[in-house]
Design a protein around this ligand. Structure first.
Ligand SMILES: [Zn+2]
Ligand SMILES: [Zn+2]
Length: 79
């Protein structure tokens, strides 16, 4: 886990790049996995962090906050 609160920005992408200003695109992904369902209505999803350094290398690396914990019937995503 990265941090103290669910809003904490991941400091490094999974490939070790620093997610500094201008190096990350923050987005939102609605989701129905267990950690999301514990949240309030309207907040059921993940904040997403797309690493632009990886994108420059033609790799898509996306972090999810809170951590995405898939159930057996949902597709796997990182982390
Ligand atoms: Zn990266
Ligand atoms: Zn999820």
């Amino acid at each position: 886990m990265f941090g103290m609160t669910s809003e904490h920005v991941p400091f490094l992408c999974p490939r070790g790049h620093r997610l500094g200003p201008g190096r990350v695109i923050v987005g939102w992904s609605p989701c129905g996995c267990p950690p999301c369902l514990e949240r309030e209505r309207g907040l059921r999803g993940h904040r997403t962090y797309l690493c632009l350094t990886c994108k420059d290398e033609h790799v898509t690396t996306m972090c999810y906050m809170p951590q995405h914990i898939p159930t057996p019937d949902t597709p796997y995503r990182w982390p």
